[in-house]
Design a protein around this ligand. Structure first.
Ligand SMILES: Nc1nc2c(ncn2[C@@H]2O[C@H](COP(=O)(O)OP(=O)(O)OP(=O)(O)O)[C@@H](O)[C@H]2O)c(=O)[nH]1
Ligand SMILES: [Mg+2]
Length: 454
């Protein structure tokens, strides 16, 4: 990202819809004076210039040199302080042909506008005070959400729920700070040296900060998906199960032992939770170097999994499978018996049994997976406030450390002016979280992750 661009007042444009043939497309234009500038290539110039905010103007765009018509469009007009960016802007709804879009881009360039950098529209919204940083991040989180709950959580953040919570916490810390400062100001006149540290305020804030930090693991799961690894002996039917859950023939299935070597990854949704599913190399001791490496990678994957589905051939004796001993003791592991359609042995009704080949017995497997995921999501108490950004988590951790330091120092009767430094640090952290105090680095980091047009 070019930070200079971000400080400019140029009129910028970008396609807000995907660059692919479609019935309609939307090109966003933003910057002071953009209506006037655009009117020079628009058949109804006066109508555009005099149109009030939040109205639509129909007309044709034309090439300013050849006067040839480019496209029939509808312009949505927003005045300064009114639209998404908080500055004068126009959204061009045009036909969605790639050639047409390119031609409009050349016209906008001829009119002296430039194409926007990733995240530049949202950056302007932030710069103009339309959104705080948590809301700017929520915009990106919404675009990338995989499930309805993830989407609704991000929407709450966009509506300012997190921002308001931060304002409340900052208010509490500010009150605490003022009470400390009053004592510092009058310290010289005061003969009693009893410290009145505002324990109540600081402890109350610390508790809220703590419970928000706890929600991060849930937020991450909604963002990145719960990691589910299918493991088991070779030929147990792992790839068959993976393909079935993915609803496509992603993984090679064969009756040759050791077919899967590199693990295969796919995304899906189970019970409204987004999941990332992994098919792995069958576990066995192997002298084949490549297969052994595949097994090592599978084991690595299992270490960070939320759920491990241990798939076993229904005719195998589980107690004989030495490779699985550790997994059986792992609380994340669900044992699933496969190939029940051809099993010789009777399968106990207490275990989960399926036929991956015939697609039988899945309801119980899904229920068991959701049950396991829910344990990891215990911090999701159905509240609307859940954080998923690592940056926000880091700032909250900084605030937590400073707040608990201040409590400890007060208990140890350390001078108030030193305690005040910690309280100020907590305030800074909360201020950085909402973007009140920000460095160019932080902004660059956040906005460069956006897509162009946002
Ligand atoms: N009858 C029956 N056959 C199955 C079932 N599931 C898998 N198979 C067969 O078992 C064989 C092995 O299946 P895969 O899915 O390749 O097994 P895998 O666990 O991925 O094996 P590796 O990649 O070698 O570790 C194939 O011939 C499948 O068609 C099942 O439920 N019933
Ligand atoms: Mg396989």
């Amino acid at each position: 990202m070019n930070t200079l661009y971000y400080q400019s007042d140029d009129i910028i444009y970008a396609l807000a819809t995907p660059f692919q043939p479609s019935a309609l497309a939307i090109i966003r234009v933003s910057g002071s004076g953009c209506k006037k500038r655009l009117s020079t290539g628009f058949t109804r110039a006066d109508a555009l210039i005099s149109s009030p905010s939040h109205t639509l103007v129909y007309g044709k765009l034309f090439d300013i040199d050849t006067k040839e018509h480019i496209d029939e469009v509808v312009l949505s007009v927003f005045d300064e302080k009114r639209g998404y960016t908080g500055e004068e802007s126009v959204e061009i709804t045009c036909h969605g042909s790639l050639y047409g879009i390119e031609t409009i881009f050349s016209l906008l360039k001829k009119l002296g506008m430039r194409s926007a950098q990733p995240g530049e529209f949202t950056f302007r919204a932030f710069r103009n005070g339309k959104v705080d940083l948590t809301q700017a991040e929520a915009v990106m989180e919404i675009v990338h959400s995989h499930s309805s709950r993830g989407h609704s959580l991000a929407l709450h953040r966009l509506e300012g729920d997190l921002y308001r919570q931060m304002e409340t916490l900052k208010g509490q810390v500010l009150d605490a700070m003022s009470s400390i400062e009053v004592q510092l100001d009058y310290a010289e006149d005061d003969f009693s040296d009893e410290i009145l540290f505002p324990y109540d305020l600081i402890e109350k804030t610390l508790e809220s900060v703590d419970s928000l930090i706890e929600t991060y693991s849930v937020g991450r799961m909604y963002k990145d998906g719960a990691k589910i690894v299918i493991a088991g002996s070779t030929n147990a039917g792992k790839s068959t199960l993976f393909n079935l859950l993915m609803k496509s023939e992603r993984s090679i299935v064969s009756d040759i032992h050791g077919t899967t070597r590199d693990f295969i990854e796919g995304e899906g949704v189970i019970g409204s939770v987004p999941v990332v599913l992994y098919d792995t190399a069958g576990l066995r001791s192997s002298s084949d170097l490549i297969e052994a490496e595949g097994i090592r990678r599978s084991r690595n994957l299992m270490m960070s999994a939320h759920v491990i589905i241990l798939l076993v051939d229904a005719d195998d004796d589980l107690s004989q499978l030495q490779e699985h001993k550790e997994l059986l003791e792992d609380p994340r592991c669900i044992v699933v018996y496969n190939k029940c359609d051809i099993a010789q042995k009777a399968v106990s009704p207490d275990v989960i049994s399926i036929s991956a080949k015939k697609g039988e017995g899945f309801a119980r497997l899904e229920r068991a997976v959701i049950e396991k995921i829910k344990k990891d999501m215990s911090a999701d108490r159905g509240d609307s406030l859940i954080i998923e950004s690592a940056r926000q988590r880091d700032e909250l951790v900084r605030a937590r450390t400073a707040l608990s330091n201040s409590i400890r120092m007060a208990q140890e009767e350390i001078p108030l002016d030193l305690i005040a430094v910690e309280v100020q640090e907590a305030l800074d952290a909360l201020g950085t979280l909402t973007g009140e105090v920000t460095s160019a680095d932080i902004l660059e980091n956040i906005f460069s992750g956006f897509c162009v047009g946002k």
